[in-house]
Design a protein around this ligand. Structure first.
Ligand SMILES: [Fe+2]
Length: 423
């Protein structure tokens, strides 16, 4: 597939500037379909190994079309696909019945999805700009018939591009917002589908096709035969959602939100200062204490933006190597004299304006280290996406820092998936 700037311009015309639903046939080559299908196998396995159960839904339509089956979902997280079996064999062995899986944040669990899907859509993002809350990828797998969510409208602003990997076809039924409201009063998650089908617009697509749908369409999908689809979401948030996202940066960057110490009952509750002291101990740094409220918001707002940009707009960070295979940043020795390469299109962002600390953002993670004038040139070389040798990379900084300190800096980046070791 060569989805270049011109291709996306034609696409934007076809969908009338993202206002109209459309199908474009044969967008993916056979090789891309195979690679993306393999990447989804990989993403699913990594998801199950991670134990991160959020953003993963499993349905058995013959038992209950609308309810997540948590018992079997939990079983998947302990009984993974085996190396010798295909996903379809695994599903047959595990469920033995029709099923649907909706799996969010696939970009977190597969480098191929994070890199290739972003490279496919990069010319479009470069032209229209970044959705303020970024993008994410959701995978649909199964032979579930009607989408388990019933007829629904997606989040406000969340336009979606569906890449269909097959092998089965999928049909989407859509209703214009006003028309659907006249028909049903705007009922969300509506499973009373049949009487409404006459009034629906129908789009059928198969392996290698692309389906685009604006967020305001009421819709439901149907796939009777087993198929996989990967969807790319543009998160154009409401102002309130955007505010939530920015505030979330405050929690992740400045607060020890994993602290599980219990606060005891309080006598003289209103006057008792200990709860306030308890809250203050959760702050990871004193720096923001002396800022005005506006400066504080500006700080977390720019942290949010730079984190998102360093992940090239993906909403979800990749798993760190520590999460993936217990990597320890302190074990940096293995990075000596290695050839490394950064995954495209992810550039590390840095801020060299502080007096004594150097702030840098890698794949959505913000980090800091003691300042040194050679740090920007190291990052610039990694950002070239060329093969670089770590010895050459650290040659200048080694004149000022002990070798271990430079390797430690690289190890921080490596843990956050800022580069791969080639050999
Ligand atoms: Fe939807």
């Amino acid at each position: 597939m060569n989805l270049d700037k011109q291709w996306w311009e034609n696409f934007t015309q076809t969908n009338q500037n993202f206002r109209k639903t459309c199908v474009i046939n044969d967008v993916l080559s056979a090789e891309e379909i195979e690679n993306l299908t393999n990447a989804i196998n990989e993403a699913l396995l990594e998801k199950l190994k991670s134990g991160e159960k959020g953003g993963f839904r499993l349905y058995f339509p013959e038992e209950n079309a609308a309810k997540v089956n948590n018992k079997y979902k939990d079983k998947m997280f302990t009984d993974h696909p085996q190396p010798c079996e295909t996903l379809q064999e695994y599903f047959k062995r595990s469920f033995g019945q029709k099923f649907g899986i909706i799996f969010n944040a696939a970009e977190r669990y597969s480098p191929y999805i994070a890199e290739k899907l972003m490279m496919f859509t990069k010319p479009l993002i470069d032209t229209i700009g970044l959705p303020a809350a970024g993008m994410h990828a959701t995978v649909f797998i199964g032979d579930y018939g009607w989408t388990p969510l019933g007829i629904h409208q997606d989040h406000k602003g969340a336009n979606v591009i569906h890449f269909h990997l097959g092998p089965g076809e999928k049909t989407m039924y859509t209703w214009e917002e006003n028309k659907y409201k006249e028909l049903t009063g705007g009922k969300q998650n509506n499973h009373d589908i049949t009487p409404l089908l006459e009034e629906a617009e129908v789009y059928t697509f198969g392996t290698g096709d692309l389906y685009y749908m604006p967020w305001d369409q009421f819709h439901i999908g149907k796939n009777d035969e087993y198929s996989i689809g990967i969807t790319f979401w543009f998160n154009n948030p409401t102002k309130a959602t955007y505010f939530d996202n920015v505030m979330n940066t405050f929690y992740t960057q400045y607060i020890d939100d994993n602290n599980e110490e219990v606060i005891n009952p309080q006598k003289e509750y209103a006057k008792n200062p200990t709860t306030f002291d308890d809250v203050m101990t959760l702050f990871k740094s004193d720096e923001i204490m002396n800022m005005s409220v506006k400066d504080f918001f500006q700080r977390i707002h720019s942290d949010y933006k730079y984190s998102l940009i360093s992940n090239h707009g993906w909403e979800n960070t990749p798993q760190t190597r520590k999460q993936l295979d217990q990597y320890e940043i302190d074990d940096y020795d293995h990075l000596k004299s290695k050839t490394i390469k950064a995954p495209q299109p992810f550039k590390i962002i840095y801020d060299n304006s502080n007096e004594d600390s150097f702030v840098f953002y890698v794949r959505g993670y913000k980090m800091e280290i003691r300042k040194n004038n050679f740090l920007p040139e190291i990052i610039d070389k990694i950002n070239s996406f060329e093969h670089v040798n770590t010895e050459d990379l650290l040659a200048n900084i080694n004149s000022e820092w002990p070798e271990e300190a430079g390797l430690y800096f690289l190890s921080m980046i490596y843990d956050k998936r800022g580069f791969d070791v080639v050999h």
